[in-house]
Design a protein around this ligand. Structure first.
Ligand SMILES: Nc1nc2c(ncn2[C@@H]2O[C@H](COP(=O)(O)OP(=O)(O)OP(=O)(O)O)[C@@H](O)[C@H]2O)c(=O)[nH]1
Ligand SMILES: [Mg+2]
Length: 366
């Protein structure tokens, strides 16, 4: 299972510039005209992980395999996209396939770079995009309601219950409330799962500011921060052009000097990846040995057999038990053997829920 984060926003706001920086490639074409991107660009990014580096050092692992996230650079959306304006609703389908959304907002002033609405107003821009996502969700629900009504009218009790839930969600959406801001319970979520609602996807606002505002932001980004706070969403400030320049530097000490000059302590990209990871409610577990130190991604709340299945499907089917060492114990004791001798290695069964940063050794039977 790959976890995908879609990069969305109005045309010409710096989405592809950010994508190239994230993926350390120039695979996405960037240019100063709207709708430069048509087909989505997809790239995998290693999740920066200092814990993995430390574990590899302790175990003298020959290779280090970080866990990865996929980013998708999607075509710019405009007002009316849900009705086919601009590049139309095909691009809403690209978003539907993603697990989370990074919404890039133009917060830089540059008269040479075209803005589709002619003025810099990131809060208004955010509203334009979110309205399109809402309209698309309303359409999905309305379609579903039509088919459910037929079933409900013929006496189908389950369809009646589903109909009630969908009609309630539709009222909220029509009032402009995104599904992620609704108080949905487990049953509601099960019923709407197949609709893959766009406004249910977790969202991160990224303010693309000019170079000298990269560390503290500017008056535009502070408005976006207020917006994010009101929606209980996350917000980050970056300068996509700086990030692109940093990603091209071969030498990491050059990159650190460059960052320090700008008053930054780490690339904004690392922050985006880390927040994206949290947004998706993912955790990492490790398998560590002299051959390799390997980070694996699983959803929060996964059981030990599910985690084992991530390594190999046979491990899930033939799961017997798992030997678990917490990250702190592994580091404090100085490795697997020492942890075992100090009684810090636990043996856990099928019902064990994996904790973030657990070091796992799966015992299985094929
Ligand atoms: N001055 C300035 N220009 C930027 C910044 N970020 C991106 N640009 C420029 O803005 C233009 C558009 O950038 P892209 O990354 O292609 O924008 P996009 O959002 O992918 O655009 P579409 O694919 O057309 O939707 C390019 O000329 C970039 O160099 C920035 O932070 N400052
Ligand atoms: Mg683009």
């Amino acid at each position: 299972m790959g976890f995908k984060t879609g990069i969305i926003g109005l045309p010409n706001v710096g989405k592809s510039t950010l994508f190239n920086a994230l993926t350390k490639t120039s695979s996405a074409q960037t240019a100063n005209f709207p709708f430069c991107t048509i087909d989505p660009n997809t790239g995998e990014v290693a999740v920066p992980d200092q814990k993995l580096e430390k574990l590899a050092k302790i175990a003298s692992s020959k290779i280090i395999i970080p866990t990865k996230m996929t980013f998708v650079d999607i075509a710019g959306l405009v007002k009316g996209a849900s009705r086919g304006e601009g590049l139309g609703n095909k691009f809403l389908a690209n978003i539907r396939e993603c697990d989370a959304i990074i919404h890039v907002l133009r917060c830089f002033k540059d008269d040479n770079i075209t803005h589709v609405s002619g003025k810099i107003d990131p809060v208004n821009d955010a509203e334009i995009i979110e309205t399109e996502l809402l309209i698309s969700d309303i359409e999905s629900i309305e379609k579903k309601i039509v088919s459910l009504k037929k079933k409900a009218n013929s006496g189908d009790g389950i369809a009646k219950k589903e109909l009630q839930i969908l009609e309630r969600i539709l009222t909220y959406l029509s009032d402009g409330i995104p599904a992620r801001e609704m108080d949905l319970d487990k049953d509601d979520l099960i019923i709407i799962k197949s609709l893959q609602l766009l406004t249910l996807k977790p969202i991160l606002y990224v303010c693309n500011v000019e170079e000298n505002s990269a560390s503290i932001g500017n008056m535009y980004s502070s408005k976006v921060e207020d917006l994010a706070k009101s929606k209980n969403a996350k917000c980050l400030i970056i300068s996509a052009v700086i990030e692109e320049e940093i990603s091209k530097l071969e030498n990491s000490s050059d990159a650190i000097l460059f960052l320090n000059d700008l008053g930054l302590d780490e690339p904004g990209l690392n922050k985006i990846i880390k927040v994206g990871y949290r947004l998706l409610k993912l955790i990492t577990f490790y398998t560590v040995g002299p051959k390799e130190a390997h980070a694996w991604t699983i959803p929060e709340g996964s059981s030990a057999p599910k985690a084992a299945g991530k390594i190999h499907s046979d491990f899930e089917n033939g799961f017997i038990r798992a030997e678990i060492i917490s990250y702190d114990d592994y580091v404090n004791c100085g490795g697997e053997q020492a942890s075992k001798e100090s009684g810090k290695m636990r043996v856990e069964g099928k019902t064990y829920i994996v904790n973030d940063s657990d070091i796992i050794n799966v015992l299985f039977n094929i």
